[in-house]
Design a binder for this molecule. Structure first.
Ligand code: PSV
Ligand code: MN
Length: 424
């Protein structure tokens, strides 16, 4: 399934006059509008290979039809998203859910769609049919050396796949922990995990990064061996300069101040990247920006300020990835919404009057500081995001075009109603 260039052009010309009106209105108030548009166009978000199918919970899964059946079809879907919004130019693979059998041809196919491979993800939270040891009681923390060895080897194998695909980072998320008091010696579990991570770290190519992802709970409900940003940072610091903390927005206890965590990690030079999603209760994996868009903006505000302070490149110096599960929405529609929400928050953060904010902070002018932040947050930046997309060759309204071109209907015709993508 392709959305042809002429379809995008027709869609855009129908909407152009309306767009121009809205764009001119906001552009008049943005001093460095060209620079903002360029930054927005450069900013790409990686799409996870595991979010292209319908997700589910332990109570059930309700497939929507036309889901990608192979890695090739997943790449095709990400290519389609990228064609519509010109903002999803990368794909993040989860192994072994998506093992590239012929890396060269997978890489070539991705390149045809303008995609590169972002972080590869290992999986030591599920047992695979062909593996000899079980992860029931953890992987790198396990008391049995054979289990730890298997988990280490798997991660090294994932790095190998990543190298073949041109990726340059691995995300390690461990579900290790314990469900009951007394089950685990925390200190020993930490040490064993650190030892395992060190072996994986030693296998990293010199230009690679390792992202250590933390999570407060689930599937373990009493303790997690990488349970919060402090623990992740401990590992990253002990591992060395190629190791970083990865922030998944859904992995905090309720009301955690994620923007402060982000600011401090950036300050330490140890923020590696993001898994974007949103949550109301826990690791809900809802569409980023759907529950708490203000928090997302505040995170981006810290990112822009902190990255600028360290002269970092917004587009390339951190890993920007989505990690979500779409249980009731069409996954592709959901991903279009996710990317849009991320770009809106980023655009709002770019509009913050940083100098005035710093001055307000120095003067303890609390009300002014709030006014400055909310002035940016309450600006409708959607025309800026749309303009960046238009200039890059995307659609003014990606979701609108996705629907009017009847993409899902076409995919169902091609792939069938009862297809199930690998993943969660
Ligand atoms: C765990 O909840 C997580 O956030 C990790 O990133 C996994 O790799 C991903 O979700 C998929 O299960
Ligand atoms: Mn995640």
């Amino acid at each position: 399934m392709q959305v042809e260039k002429y379809a995008i052009d027709n869609h855009n010309s129908d909407l152009l006059a309306q767009h121009k009106r809205k764009y001119d209105f906001i552009a008049a108030d943005v001093a460095n509008v060209k620079e903002v548009i360029k930054k927005l166009a450069d900013f790409q978000v990686a799409i996870p290979s595991w979010a292209l199918g319908t997700g589910g919970t332990r109570f059930g899964r309700f497939s929507g039809g036309g889901e990608p059946r192979t890695l090739e079809e997943k790449i095709e879907d990400v290519g389609l998203l990228h064609r519509l919004n010109q903002s999803g130019g990368a794909i993040s693979l989860h192994i072994p859910w998506d093992i590239p059998k012929n890396a060269a041809s997978i890489k070539a196919l991705a390149a045809q769609h303008g995609l590169r491979f972002d972080a590869v993800n290992s999986n030591t939270f599920q047992d695979q049919p062909d593996q000899s040891e079980s992860y029931k009681y953890g992987s790198l923390q396990h008391v049995d050396k054979a289990v730890r060895k298997q988990a280490i080897e798997h991660n090294i194998e994932v790095i190998r796949h990543g190298v073949e695909l041109g990726s340059d980072s691995i995300t390690v998320w461990l579900s290790d922990g314990s469900c009951f008091p007394g089950q685990l010696n925390f200190r020993k579990a930490f040490q064993r995990t650190l030892d395992g991570l060190k072996e994986i770290y030693a296998a990293l190519p010199s230009n690679w990064k390792m992202f250590v992802e933390y999570k407060a709970f689930e599937p373990n409900f009493y303790s997690m061996t990488v349970g919060d940003w402090g623990q992740s940072l401990l590992y990253a610091n002990k591992l060395g300069p190629q190791a970083y903390t990865l922030v998944d927005l859904g992995h905090h206890l309720p009301n955690a101040n994620i923007e402060q965590i982000v600011a401090l990690l950036l300050g330490e030079g140890k923020l590696g990247g993001f898994h974007f999603n949103d949550s109301k209760y826990g690791d809900d994996d809802l569409t980023v920006g759907s529950i708490n868009p203000y928090q997302l903006f505040l995170i981006f505000n810290e990112l822009v300020e902190g990255m600028d302070a360290r002269s970092m490149n917004h587009a390339t110096d951190l890993g920007w990835m989505i990690d979500a599960s779409h249980n009731v929405k069409d996954p592709l529609e959901d991903l279009l919404q996710s990317v849009e929400a991320i770009k809106i928050a980023y655009a709002q953060a770019l509009l913050v009057d940083t100098k005035a904010l710093q001055q307000a902070q120095e003067n303890n002018d609390v009300a002014k500081a709030q006014e400055i932040l909310q002035q940016a947050y309450r600006t409708d930046v959607r025309p800026l995001v749309a303009e960046a997309r238009l200039l890059a060759g995307g659609a003014l309204q990606p979701l609108g075009l996705y629907r009017s071109a009847k993409v899902r209907e076409q995919l169902i015709k091609e792939r069938g109603q009862k297809t199930v993508a690998t993943g969660l």
